[in-house]
Design a protein around this ligand. Structure first.
Ligand SMILES: *[C@@H]1O[C@H](CO)[C@@H](O)[C@H](O)[C@H]1NC(C)=O
Ligand SMILES: *[C@@H]1O[C@H](CO)[C@@H](O)[C@H](O)[C@H]1NC(C)=O
Length: 399
């Protein structure tokens, strides 16, 4: 796998709502693009790397959690996920989004499934179980005390749901203390409407925005009819490559204009109105163009809590402030949100799989002080506040 950052930002998009064109999917897409921008900002701290997210999975889980939330936790989720005022409208949006993922195209497989795994002793409110059913989320009671077994069960669920693409989504140690897990898995496999001829694939250079070579890739080539155009609002050239016979899905590749940093493009995507997504297409027949796209594979595992916090969702992750009384009488908060994504783009088409795991544990009802990282200490005379000794403890040992 190549270690360079994809200069083109790749996202799977839905070309058109299948049946119900009255549904407005803007909230999901705006959330998606803000999450992409914030995930990049977070990932940037760890150096260049390829990554991918499945915003739809995250949106699904957190819109379900919104149903069980109250107070500031609820208001924050409603605002940042841009959920309709009325929860029944949110459910409608959810079901419509699931509906898009049902296709009859023989050249395409797409499915999404989700499940909730509560600790057997955790009493989930009836209303929340109904909400979960409404969101097509199955419920399986589990014994969370044996985290090895729990990890095996969750990994098995995800492996089956992603047709073997994601095998080890979680390790036992991250499941410690969790009382409730919500898992969402999305799988997509499709052939290009216009496949690439593998004999045309050649090794070629791959550059950064300054024109410096970052390494080499297997560059695929074909000449075919595609929608292509510029978006001045974004500062990028956009190419659309359709999948399958019915062209229900497509991949958009956004290549920043000369001198335009990728970060700026991502910022623009996060704030610009979504009109660009159709504006770049011409009204007439798509032109025949020469297309060069690297054959690539992206495999990422991301802790999505920091990017979601940048997005403005904070309360639900706060062990002191989270309010989720609609789920259970236990005082829960979300302590884990991990997403694994695997995407492989080849001459034939694309396989993409995502597994999102959200874990909830009990809040600490009393304030906690846990000196389990480097700390400073002082010995003082209380009355005068005079400091007698001061030091740092940072090299642990078992004395
Ligand atoms: C895609 O094409 C390959 C070979 O051309 C075929 O085996 C496969 O069933 C097709 N469909 C999907 C969904 O991959
Ligand atoms: C936990 O589950 C694993 C795998 O199912 C099993 O081998 C192990 O004995 C269990 N551990 C305990 C403490 O029950």
């Amino acid at each position: 796998m190549w270690k360079v950052i994809a200069a083109a930002c790749v996202s799977l998009v839905l070309t058109a709502p299948l049946d119900d064109t009255r549904i407005d999917y803007t909230p999901i897409n705006q959330f998606a693009l803000r999450l992409l921008d914030n995930t990049y900002a977070y990932q940037e701290n760890f150096g260049r790397q390829n990554f991918a997210v499945s915003p739809l999975s995250v949106w699904s889980i957190f819109s379900l959690l919104a149903e069980g939330s109250a107070g500031d936790t609820f208001h924050e989720l409603m605002k940042e996920l841009q959920l309709p005022r009325d929860l029944s409208e949110t459910q409608g949006l959810h079901l419509a989004a699931e509906g898009i993922l049902r296709s009859t195209d023989p050249d395409l497989i797409v499915h999404k499934q989700s499940a909730m795994f509560p600790e057997c002793s955790l009493e989930i409110h009836q209303e929340f179980c109904q909400a979960a059913n409404m969101y097509r989320t199955d419920i399986y009671s589990v014994d969370t005390s044996n985290t090895t077994k729990l990890a095996d069960d969750i990994n098995y669920y995800i492996c089956v749901a992603t047709e073997g693409r994601i095998r080890n989504a979680v390790k036992a140690d991250i499941l410690q203390d969790l009382k409730l897990l919500i898992v969402d898995a999305l799988f997509f496999k499709a052939n290009w409407t216009h496949p690439f001829d593998p004999t045309e694939t050649k090794e070629d250079e791959f550059y950064n925005q300054q024109g410096k070579s970052l390494g080499r890739v297997n560059m695929m080539y074909h000449k075919a009819a595609h929608n292509v155009g510029d978006s001045n609002v974004l500062g990028a050239q956009i190419l659309e490559m359709a999948y399958g016979k019915n062209e229900e899905f497509s991949m958009l590749i956004l290549l920043p204009f000369e001198g335009m940093p990728l970060k700026r493009l991502l910022n623009n995507l996060a704030i610009a109105p979504l009109d660009w997504i159709s504006d770049f297409k011409r009204d007439d027949k798509p032109p025949e163009i020469d297309v060069f796209i690297p054959r690539f594979k992206v495999s990422s595992q991301i802790d999505l809590i920091p990017p979601l916090q940048y997005t403005g969702i904070r309360n639900i992750f706060d062990s002191e402030k989270a309010q989720l009384p609609g789920i259970s009488d236990s005082p829960l908060f979300v302590s884990k949100t991990i997403q694994n994504v695997e995407i492989e783009v080849t001459e034939e088409g694309t396989v993409a799989a995502a597994a999102t795991i959200v874990g909830l544990e009990n809040r600490f009802l009393s304030r906690r002080f846990e000196a389990n990282k480097e700390f400073v200490f002082m010995i003082t005379h209380r009355k005068s506040n005079v400091i007698l000794f001061a030091g740092v403890y940072s090299d642990p040992s078992v004395e």
